[in-house]
Every structure is written in C-alpha cells, then in structure tokens.
Design a protein around this ligand. Structure first.
Ligand code: IVH
Length: 670
C-alpha cells in the first residue's frame, strides 16, 4: 500500500512534468488514478492532509475582498523600445555608464519573450508556497494566494523536482501568469457555447481569472505561469539573472524555454526578429521581448531611472491590426444550441496571416458596437487567437447602411430561435438540431471529458451527418461496418477508433460528468460532484438545496444540474450510457463486501500488525463503515495498533471500545 507522502510527491512530480516541462511520463488515466487514490486516502485520514497536497489547490470559501500586500522589493515597470535604433540607444546609455572595472566585452544579455499576462510575485518559505501577490501599483499589490495556488504549473512546494536543491529560507519568485493561446481559444469557445461572456484577449483572461474572489472559479480557468526573476532570496546566492532562471528550473518552477543568453548584441536583435516572425507559434501571446543585463552586480550598479530599471528594456512588437470590409454577418450553433454571430470579411493580411473571418462574440456586443454588414471594420489579431472585430470605422460607413438584425431561425435546422429569461443570447432549442449534436459530440470525446483519442471534429461531423448517431451515447453502438461506410475509413482506422471508444467506458465518473456538457459543470465542478455523489442516480435525485450543500457548488450550478436532469432526453441519454457500460459511479463506492460495518464510525491509530492504515481504512469502508481522523463521542470503535498515542488515551477517557486488527476483521465478519 502506498505511503501517502510518497504518493503526494509522485503526483507533484507528475504535475511538474506535465505543466512545467510539458513532458509527461504517464498517461492522463494513470494520473487520474493516482489523484483518486490520494483523494480516497485523505478522505479516510483527514489528519494527514498537508497544505502542499495536490488536492488542496482549491480553497472552498470565496473571499470578501483581497488583502493588500506591500512588496518587499518594488515591482518596477520597463522602458520601451520600438525598433533597433531604440535598442542601440539603450545599449549606448549602458556603455557610457559602465564602471571602469567592467570590460565592455564582458557584458552579457538575456533575451526573453515578453508575455502579455499579469505580473505576479510568489513567496516560498522553507519551500512552502506562502503568498502570491499582484504587482498592483508596484509598491502595494493584492494578496491572491488562494488563486495562485490553483495554477497547476505553480508548485505548492519547492523543490518540486526529485533531485532539486534544498529549499531556500525564503524566496520571492516573480513571473507572468498567462492563459496559453490554445486554452484561451478553447475557453472562449466553451463560454460561447454556454452563452457566457468571452474575454477579448489572453491578457484580459489572465487578469480577470486571477481577480476572482472565489478561487474555485480561478481553478476552472486554464492559467499557466513562467517565472522570469527572483525578487529576493535568503539562504542561497545568485550571481547572474541566468543563474536565477536556472535556479528556478532546478527547483521545478516553470521557466520559458525560449529564453536565450548572449554577449553579441547583433544576436540579441536577431532573436527579437525571429520571435517577432514566429510569434504565432509561441503558444502564448507575446507582445514583445525583454532584454536584460545578465550580471546582477551590474544590474544593481546601473540602478533605476524613474520607475524603470536601466538594466532592462522591453522591445515592443508592432500591434497586429488592419481594416477591411465586413461582407456578411453569419451565425454558428454551439453545443447548447446557442447561436453566435461571426463576420465574413474581405480577405486581409494581418501580420503575415490572411484573415477571412472574425468573431463577433455575441449579439449584445454586436449591437453595442453597432457593427453592420458592409461596414469597414478595424480588426485585431493576437497570437493564434481568432481575429476580432474591434469596431466599425464610422467615417467610412455607407449612407444607406442599416443596423444588423439578429436571426429569428436556426441557421442549421431552421427552427424558430428562443430567448431564456433576461438573457440576450439566442438559442435553438430543437433537440434534434444536427449542428448541436456535432458540437456535443466534439465535447464528449474531448480531452477533459471522455478523451477518445483520434475521434476529433471531423469524425464527429461525419458520424452525425451520416445519421449514425442521435445523441452522444450512440457512439457506443457504432459498428465497424458503419464506420467503414464513412469517407477515409479503412479497416485499421475503424478498429482503432472502436477500441478507443470501448476503452473510454472505463474513464472515471468525473470525466463522464464533464462530457455530459451540463451548463457550468466543467472538469473542476465535475470532480467536486463525483466526490460528493456515489453515482449518477444519486445526483439525478438530488434537489437544488441538497446540491448547494456540496463543496464547490453554488445556486447557479445547482439550478443548472436540476434543469439538465429534468429533461427527458437527458435522462434517456444517461440510461443509454448505463446500458453501454460507461462508468457512472465513483469507483470507491461500489460495495463488494457485505455491509457489516454500516453506520459505524472508526478511528485508526498506531501501527497495525499486517495492514497499513490506508488498507485498514479501505477495509472498513468496503464494509460500509466510516473512518475519521479524530476521536470524539461519535466514534464507535478505535482500532489501535503498536505505539498508539493520544488517540488511545482519548478513547479510553471517552469509554470508546478499543479493538485491534484481528478484532476489526472479526467485527466485519460477524
Ligand atoms: S521583467 C524590472 N520579464 O512586462 C523588470 N517582465 O513592464 C520587471 N513581462 O508587467 C519585469 N514578460 O509582468 C519581465 N520576461 C519578462 C516579462 C515581463 C512579461 C511583463 C511584466 C510587467 C511588464 C513590464
């Protein structure tokens, strides 16, 4: 039986491999399994939960407001350069100030992509994450510790690496919290599907997500972080900025792998140009490069000018904007039936990419900006983000232009569209609408849900359009002959897809819940639900007030869940999933043993002769009993082994029956 501390260490290491290095060494399923084991162990032994446990990333209670944090070392801003000449002038200013003891050819530069996110300072004490703060005005920021803890690439304890250096007494790590472009696009798509607000760019997404008073909300946002410096460190010495970055990497803090170091200033400029050219491939939205003097002593010597250091400069990339003609406004149908508008444009080149379509977010935004077909519009593109229409150029508007009228019928199935309550969003409520089915299927098979590899957008469209499926559960009845009738399918591919579909039946309950696409139930909320409910039947029967009792579920989510299960088509879907053999219960609750210990509460203490404590707890739970961490009047039995301490004493004073391992086995079989 695995030792809990060892298991936690293992999980933290896998999180580091996955999020900091982007190089996992186990599958998602294996990882899920480890996490589930840890959750189970912690549920049985709450006294063993530690603040750096990966289960403890999400705090339960929302804050009233953020406390203020005064920065020990001010967080300055950066001066800007816009071209090579500005850069050479900066170098000239540094050279003129170089002390006589510093040879010009010893000056080294570090060049880093400038990520457009939010600056954050994180303090670790004796290796433990103690505080996370925003930059604020540079002197005083906001305490966002609970939110920072939810960012999976941020270690809760350093070193997160098995062979890292011992933790320093104190260190403040500075860096940029950002939303990777892929995640940003996915998140916005999901928001659109839900009829919720979208973020205009990854920067707003990062800032908005970090400023949530409810850290559960932040946890549901796909944020990441790169460290780019050390504010201060006690208990270790750093000579250069490069050393600082290497140090961060060594303790398992994520550092941007694209950073370079050189003495050659032409190379500095060359790197900046390269990034500028391939900024779409970086995976994050970079709005420039930051060039820093490497030597920390020299940095200190050069000091500040105003609010910015002399030893660093930001080279800003040109904004990627263009104007073009908006030919037509068309609409898409999302997973929940929500209809959203997008712009069809006269092709235009923005920063090397030809743009023909742009998002218009939603009808409210469209009306507010009064964007009309035929308008000349300003477009903006950031990273690989879907281009956006910023505003119409009113000066260029035709005299006979008319405001845009949202559609009244579904662009796909042509049924009449509806509004819900106060919402401005338009929905197609035809359950048989083919466009919705494709989106639902795409989501069901996607990575956070059933994770059916190889079953992408294209196959979702193919099977839906061929009429092979009518709801997502129908993928479990797909046959080889059916698949072979689709374009591009040969024997091998069909076999592989069918095998993957079959395997997905074993995905854990929370992933299936995620895949159902219940509004507001993403993977974080699904995990809370799977933890609280033994199976889908219990969830289906839960009332709204009951649901609201559950950690992680508020009124909005509770209402949405009740609403989802109230629809007959959804209940049929659940029934079909059950028949297909998909996991619809939390693995730990399937009773296999006779429930002889039902209604009894146990506490385990000391070393048992043959069982580990976790094993004993699992035995008790298998037999229907409950295990808690502290002895109280509610405890029915104390299971005591060798070297039992204060719990034994307490049980004795409370007159609680004390049994040993053999006694426990006997009790269960009686
Ligand atoms: S260094 C004194 N490095 O850019 C140096 N900043 O005005 C302080 N930023 O909001 C910052 N990437 O959050 C540094 N590699 C990087 C950066 C970076 C993005 C942000 C930073 C701050 C702004 C500087």
């Amino acid at each position: 039986m695995t030792n809990i501390a060892e298991l936690r260490k293992q999980i933290n290491y896998h999180l580091y491999r996955y999020y900091a290095l982007d190089d996992p060494i186990i599958s998602d399923a294996e990882f899920d399994q480890l996490m589930q084991t840890l959750r189970d162990l912690e549920a049985q032994n709450p006294e063993l939960i530690t603040p750096d446990s990966p289960t403890q990333r999400v705090g339960a209670e929302p804050l009233e407001s953020f406390d203020k944090v005064t920065h020990v070392v001010a967080m300055t801003s950066l001066a800007n350069a816009f071209n090579d000449e500005d850069m050479r002038n900066w170098l000239g200013r540094i050279e003129r100030r170089l002390p006589t003891w510093y040879p010009r050819d010893a000056v080294e530069f570090v060049v880093e992509p400038k990520i457009d996110g939010l600056a954050v300072a994180i303090v670790y004490e004796q290796g433990l994450l103690k505080q996370g703060a925003t930059r604020g005005n540079g002197l005083v920021g906001e305490n966002i510790t609970a939110n920072v803890r939810t960012i999976k690439s941020v270690p809760l304890r350093i070193p997160a690496t098995p062979d890292g250096p011992p933790p320093p007494t104190r260190i403040e790590i500075r860096g940029e919290v950002y939303m990777p472009i892929k995640e940003f696009n996915r998140y916005n798509q999901q928001q659109l599907d839900l009829g919720e607000r979208v973020f205009a760019n990854p920067r707003n997404a990062a800032a908005g997500s970090l400023r949530q008073l409810d850290s559960r909300e932040t946890a549901s946002r796909p944020l990441a972080m790169f460290g780019y410096g050390v504010g201060y460190i006690e208990g270790a010495e750093l000579q250069t900025h490069w050393d600082a970055l290497e140090y961060l990497k060594a303790v398992g803090f994520p550092v941007n792998p694209d950073i370079i170091r050189t003495k050659n200033f032409d190379e500095v400029l060359e790197f900046i140009r390269q990034w500028m050219d391939k900024r779409d491939e970086l995976g994050y939205d970079a709005d420039g490069a930051v060039i820093k003097i490497n030597d920390l002593t020299l940095q200190k010597y050069l000091g500040l000018v105003g609010n910015a250091p002399r030893w660093a400069i930001a080279y800003k990339f040109p904004a990627r904007e263009a104007t073009t003609k908006l030919l037509e406004i068309r609409c898409n149908v999302g997973r929940t039936g929500q209809v959203t508008p997008y712009a069809v444009l006269e092709a235009v080149n923005i920063g090397g990419v030809t743009v023909r379509q742009a998002t218009l977010h939603n009808f409210e935004d469209l009306a507010k900006k009064d964007i009309r077909p035929g308008d000349t519009v300003l477009l903006k593109r950031a990273g690989d983000v879907i281009p956006q229409v910023v505003k119409p150029i009113l000066e260029a508007r035709a005299a006979d232009s008319m405001p845009y009228q949202p559609p009244t019928h579904c662009p796909d199935c042509h049924e009449a569209l509806s509004h819900f309550g106060e919402e401005v969003a338009l929905f197609c409520i035809n359950a048989a609408c083919p466009a919705q089915l494709v989106r639902q299927l795409e989501y069901f098979v996607s990575r956070p849900a059933l994770n059916i590899e190889g079953f992408g957008v294209k196959i979702s469209e193919q099977v839906a359009q061929a009429g092979l499926i009518h709801d997502v559960a129908d993928i479990y009845t797909l046959t080889k002959t059916q698949l072979l009738s689709l374009e591009g399918f040969a024997e091998k591919k069909a076999d592989k897809i069918l095998a993957m579909i079959d395997e997905s039946k074993h995905q854990p309950f929370d992933r299936v819940l995620t895949g159902l696409g219940i509004r507001y139930v993403g993977s974080v909320v699904a995990a809370f639900i799977a933890h609280a409910f033994a199976d889908i039947q219990a969830l289906q029967q839960a009332t709204q007030p009951e649901l609201e009792q559950i950690n992680g579920i508020g009124p909005r989510i509770a209402e949405s869940i009740v609403d989802w299960f109230s629809r007959p088509a959804n209940r049929t879907l659940v029934q079909k999933l059950r028949q297909a053999g998909v996991t619809l219960s939390s693995s730990k609750v399937e009773p296999t043993a006779p429930q002889t210990l039902a209604n009894l509460t146990f506490v385990i203490t000391g070393t048992l002769p043959t069982w580990g404590r976790e094993e004993a707890a699992a035995f008790i739970q298998d037999h229907g009993g409950k295990v808690t961490g502290t002895v109280s009047k509610k405890t029915d039995y104390l299971v005591a082994g060798e070297a039992a301490g204060s719990k034994l004493e307490k049980a004795q004073t409370l007159n609680i029956p004390i049994i040993d391992e053999a006694g426990l086995k006997k009790l269960a079989t009686e």
